[in-house]
Structure formats: C-alpha cells, structure tokens
Design a protein around this ligand. Structure first.
Ligand code: FAD
Length: 477
C-alpha cells in the first residue's frame, strides 16, 4: 500500500517535471515570437560574408542536393555595390593553392577572378640570413604554377559575382548580424529536442535555422556564443604589408622568402613590376616601418633581403662540410641554382599597413547545429600563406558532407555528419598549423645548434627531390 502511494506521488511529480521541462523548452525556443508566426526560418545561416563565408554560400548554392534549402548569408559590413577593379593594386593579397583554385573554379568564381587579375607563382625560393642554406620549389619545366597571388578584394568580388549568377539561391543581407544567439547545449543529441538555433538580429527580427555556420573571422562571435574551447598564442609579432615596385629584371614569377632573426620577409609577385610584401617583425619595428619616409622604407626592405650581418660562421662551416658530404653520397644531387632576389625601387603610396599576428584554434569545429569555417575555427601565422586556403578546404568538405546529409534526408544540423566534417578537417588543418607554428619557433631562434640543425634539414630536403615533391603535393591539396 505504502509502496503504491509512493509510486503515485512519484508519477505525479514526474508528470509535473515533464510539463515544466516542456514549458522550459518552449520558452527557450520561442523567446519573442512563435516559431510558426513572426520568426523567420532558414535551413542554413552563414554568419560572415568574407572570402570564406561567401565561398561557403556559393558552394552550398551550387550543391545539387541542397537545391530546395533556404540559405541566408549575414554580413555585418555594408554593401559596397558592384566591384570596379581599381587601377591601384591592394596591399591585402593571398597566395591561392591549386586546391583552392579548383574549388573556386567549381562554382565559376575562378574565371571571374582571372578576368579581373591574378598572377602565377612558378618558383619559390626560401633562405635565411644566418647561412647560405636555401630551398627552391617549382614544378617540372616551370610550366605549371605553384600558386596564384590574388588581391583579397578580387577574390571576394569573384565569389560574389559567381553567387549572383546562381540567382536567388542565397539571401545575402548586408549590415546584418546577430546580436544574441540561443544555441542547443550538451551532447546528448540535443538537436532532437532543440530543433533550431535562434538568433535575434540587429534589426530585432528573429531568425531560426537548422544549422548556423560561423564564418565571421578570427574574433568569431559564433565561436564565442557557442562556447567553443579555443587555444590562442599571441606571436608578439606584426606583419607589415605593402605593394612594392621592382627594378627591371627577369620575369616576376618567383615568390621569395628570407627568414630574418625577427621573422620572415616575403615578396609575392603581383604583376611584371609589382610584388606584395609581407614582412613579419616586432610590433615596435612594424610601427617604425610604417612611419619612416618612403625612401627609407625601400632601403630597409632591400637591406632585409640582401644584408650579411646575421651570418653565423660556425653554422656556415658545418653547412659547407655537410653540403660536400652529401654531394659525395648523392652524386646525382643537383647543384642548387641560387637566384638573386629583385631590387625594390619604390613602395606604392599609402600601401603600408601592419597586422598583429596570433594563432587561434578552436578545439572543436562543431557542436549540435553549429559549425565553424575559416578563421573562425583557425587562424595561423602567414609565413606559409595557408590561412585562407585552409578555410576554402573547410568549405569544400562541409559542402560535400551537407549535400550527402540532405540526400539521405538527415537533419542538416545534427551532430553525426557535422562530426565527420570536424574529423576530416582537423586531420588536415592541425598538422599544417603545428608545422607552421614549429617553423616560426625554429627560425626565430638564433642559438647556434638550432641554426646548424635547420640548415642541415633544409639542405637535406633540397637535395631529395621526392621529399620536395611530397611538400609541393601536400601544399596543393
Ligand atoms: C598579412 C597577412 C597575409 C596573409 N596571407 C595569406 C596568404 O598568402 N594565403 C592565405 O591562404 N592566407 C593568408 N592570410 C590569411 C587570410 O587573410 C585569412 O585566413 C582570411 O582572410 C580569412 O578569411 P575569413 O573569411 O575566414 O575571415 P575574414 O576575412 O575575417 O572575414 C570575416 C567576415 O565576417 C564579417 N563579420 C564579422 N563578424 C560578424 C558578425 N558578427 N556577423 C556577420 N558578419 C560578421 C566581417 O565583416 C568579414 O567580412 C594572410 C593573413 C595576413 C594577416
């Protein structure tokens, strides 16, 4: 009898608990509006219309399995209208890998970019100021390009033109951003109980979506709102960028990078006469480089490329001995052809700028109903020119996986296929990030044993074509 009474009381309380839970669930997902009434619904919302977010929108719009899905792209900046290619080159550029070009080509953006402007890189030469060790990369006969240098504005304009061509597939909203988010929490398929991410936009409208894609850059608000654990390392360095005018010389199709004690200096070919500068140094030096007169800046750049001040005599002797030894062990080892870097004549007026450098990596790229792409998930040192390429890789992968999920009739925001995206991308991105971070640490160290080791390592790779080809292939995917 007592047992039955206890069971009844328990049943009553349990029912009350269930009702309260249902009420709470409803309240959490119908803040200002009812789902079927005032709130707007979209299958996928992309927050951030930079290069990666816009490419995400374009890839989804062209995915045949997502044809019936409603897609919204929110960009906080204003619409600058149809892009008119300025005569003057921009100081913000990216080296695009062959894999990125294939992605852009798949949805028609690459032909738009080619019709505007881009410049091929046929050869790369990397060396350092402490010794004569160097490494060069090129495809056989220098016919195929290793990368293309394109201004960021041109990349974005090419993608937006391609997006316009897929009429009305994506609802692009400028000056629009979420001011608050309600995101499902926990890992016990909460997406089943919580069918939407709900956002209140800056115009007070409520927007619900099955899947929110955070493409809102290194300070991603989506990443913060969804409470992704994030690893950060401030490099204590800044990248000085500028557009350089080169002296007459051979065809400008080599990318040059010289490691200096305070960070690497790189020239990326923009046209026959112009190169884009990315010079990593201390924040104090960066500030100074932005303030000095143009002529002094040009002198400083030429000095950084040519000076012999940092040569380490002991490391040089060990390197010469190793080079000769390798020549006897590997008789076929070709003599490295050292090309002389170009001389800078001038810097374009107003093209100098500096950016602080940070490494950011979200430990996870997905949560129920949320995925991060591009710099929102990972921001890295620009020394290998991989940042946006990794972001475009995310786009390709997530678009393929969402297409398959839609084909199978799955909920787009559910965790199982989002986890496939995370696994696939972290397997690719994490080793790249670790390698670049390792290179940055290795080359900022002037301790002689480090200098010796990196020289020997660099020369070994230079002498073994299969290793170099493996690096080229890895950078192309
Ligand atoms: C000096 C330098 C050189 C580089 N060189 C290379 C290179 O050679 N190759 C390479 O691959 N990478 C390079 N990178 C890295 C590359 O620039 C970045 O990886 C790339 O810009 C990231 O693009 P993204 O679209 O992810 O983010 P972002 O470019 O930051 O775009 C984010 C977008 O989201 C919008 N936004 C922000 N918050 C919100 C919000 N709350 N709601 C809506 N919209 C929002 C912003 O307005 C912006 O349009 C370089 C970086 C630097 C600093």
């Amino acid at each position: 009898m007592a047992l039955r009474l206890t069971a009844k009381v328990f049943e009553k309380r349990f029912c009350r608990f269930c009702q309260a839970a249902k009420k709470f669930n409803r309240a959490a997902y119908s803040t200002t509006t009812d789902p079927t009434q005032d709130a707007e619904y979209s299958d996928i919302v992309i927050s951030g219309g930079g290069m990666v977010g816009a490419a995400m929108a374009c890839a989804l719009a062209n995915n045949k399995f997502l044809k019936d899905k409603k897609i919204v792209l929110l960009e906080s900046q204003r619409d600058t209208g149809d892009f008119v290619l300025p005569e003057k080159y921009s100081n913000r550029t990216c080296a695009l890998s062959p894999a990125t070009i294939r992605l852009l080509d798949s949805f028609g953006a690459w032909k738009e970019i080619e019709a505007m402007r881009c410049h091929p890189v046929l050869r790369m030469q990397v060396w350092e100021s402490c010794s004569d060790a160097l490494i060069t990369f090129s495809n056989p006969d220098m016919t195929e390009s290793l990368a293309h240098i394109v201004e960021n504005d041109v990349i974005l304009a090419g993608i937006m033109k391609a997006l316009k061509a897929v009429k009305n597939r994506v609802d692009v909203r400028y000056e629009s951003k979420a001011v608050s988010y309600k995101i499902p929490e926990g890992h016990d398929p909460p997406e089943q109980k919580q069918p939407f991410v709900e956002m209140i936009l800056n115009d007070n409208k409520v927007l619900r979506t099955r899947l929110l894609i955070g493409a809102d850059g290194m300070n991603s608000e989506v990443r913060k709102a969804a409470k992704f654990h994030t690893i950060r390392r401030d490099y204590g360095q800044s990248a000085v960028v500028a557009t350089l005018v080169l002296a007459d010389g051979p065809a400008n199709n080599t990318a040059w990078q010289r490691f200096l004690p305070k960070g690497p200096i790189a020239f990326l070919p923009l046209s026959d006469k112009l190169s884009s500068l990315v010079w990593t140094t201390t924040p104090e030096d960066a500030k100074h480089l932005l303030q000095i007169p143009r002529e002094s800046f040009v002198d400083a750049v030429n000095d950084a490329l040519w000076n012999d001040r940092d040569k380490n005599a002991f490391a040089g002797q060990v390197f010469d001995f190793y080079k000769n030894l390798l020549r006897t062990v590997l008789p076929g080892e070709s003599n490295t052809i050292r090309q002389l870097p170009p001389t800078v004549m001038d810097v374009q007026e107003g093209s100098r700028a500096a950016f602080p450098l940070t490494l950011i990596h979200a430990s996870h790229y997905v949560k129920p109903r949320v995925a991060l792409v591009g710099d929102a998930g990972h921001r890295l040192h620009p020394l290998a020119g991989q940042g946006v390429n990794l972001g475009f890789g995310d786009v390709q992968c997530l678009s393929d996986i969402l297409g398959r999920a839609a084909y199978n009739g799955s909920d787009l925001g559910s965790l199982p296929h989002l986890l496939q995206y995370e696994t696939e991308r972290q397997r690719h991105n994490v080793p790249v990030m670790v390698a670049i971070d390792g290179l940055q640490r290795l080359y900022c160290n002037q301790f002689t044993p480090f200098v010796v080791l990196r020289n020997l390592g660099l020369h070994t790779v230079q002498s073994l074509p299969f290793l170099k080809n493996a690096i080229i292939n890895q950078a192309s995917v």
